[in-house]
Design a protein around this ligand. Sequence first.
Ligand code: DAH
Length: 350
Amino acid sequence: MNYQNPQIAETAELLLHRLSELPVKSDIFKAAELKALYDQLRTLPPEAKSAFGQEVNALRGALQAIVDEAQATEDALPPLDVTAPFAPNLKPSEQPQLLPSECGSIHPLTTEITTILDIFYRMGFEAVESREIDDEHHMFNTLNFPEGHPARDDYDTFTTTQTDASGQPYIAPAHTSTMQHRILTQHAPRLEQGIPIACVIPGRVFRNEDLDATHEHTFYQLEGIYVAKGVHAGMLMATLQTFLSTYFGQANLKTKTQPFYFPFTEPSFEFAIERPQILRKDDSAEQQWLELVGCGMIHPNVLRHAGIDPQVYTGFAWGFGIERLVMMKYGIEDIRHFEAAKLDFLRQFA
Ligand code: DAH
């Protein structure tokens, strides 16, 4: 179409080009350039109005025709079922047979997480799931990692190229501790009513690891936090001891603690259990213990950051890798089995 008015001709060219790239074609009618032409029409003297108006309407009509045609093409496509486990556009006769659902089974990690949570429910904890994308604030700042502190390097994880409001990339969390600040802040008002904060947080975490039989880039952790008045490290030990002996079904499970460092706990410990004989490579002293849990008394700065007075309330926290526990329980020798989708492995737990 040839427009006499050079301004309309220019706008037409621009809008037609933009329309070809718009995912939702009808959005073209919201274009400021189109509105500007109509605004201008209103200000023209009567003798100029008619010619200008006809051309603007012609342009609108041309755009409408393209939008209608695109819509018709889209309507003609068979609907796409994004949940279908096979090629949705095949004819029914060409569809592959669906596997009967009884061939599937619950993933061993799902079963074990349910068992683990059940033990903690019975001990009075509630569960909150962690998230799979988080930010610098929850990964480091609220957990008492000073900016530029080398302890940040211990958690080498994945970040997005997209950034948040403060210009920092989003983070695939390297531990479930990212949830501590949220839970402490949210539940702080309970403390004044004399109700302790008692939460466990299962979740998937991500690390930039060199992969081997005991290291995966994606794995599960279980975080725990308990805050009330008069909480001390003995309660932490008793909680972990009770949980682990229940989970492994061994009343006399031998455990020990050794000092460690985490920025978000003071003091910090590693909690180790006696390594079962079948998982020992030799009889050396270092094969005797297996460090399973990082833990400690929540650092006063972490409590303070969440608006909890550390002079009044104290708490403990821990975090452990769920696969490690499950591997110990069943004598699984390689952590990579869990994410490998190998039926031979999975069927043993069906
Ligand atoms: N987030 C730590 C890690 O992944 C584990 C941990 C240590 C969690 C001490 C805690 C804690 O809550 O208090 O290495």
